[in-house]
Write a protein that binds this ligand. Structure first.
Ligand SMILES: [Zn+2]
Length: 56
């Protein structure tokens, strides 16, 4: 599985199988919310600050 790099802590952020661009994930190291900018090559960016509920 390919890993993206966290822009906050430079840690590895594994992308789940079936991950899609625009998906919001959390960095396993620092917990920062990240948006998948690209799946191939794997790349993430800081997620925009929103007040939406992502629990679903
Ligand atoms: Zn991080």
């Amino acid at each position: 599985m390919a890993d993206a790099e966290c822009p906050e802590c430079a840690g590895k952020v594994p992308l789940k199988a079936g991950a899609e661009e625009g998906e919001i994930i959390s960095c396993p190291d620092c917990g920062t919310r990240l948006e998948i900018a690209s799946v191939n090559p794997p790349k993430v960016q800081l997620a925009p600050k929103v007040e939406e509920d992502w629990g679903e």
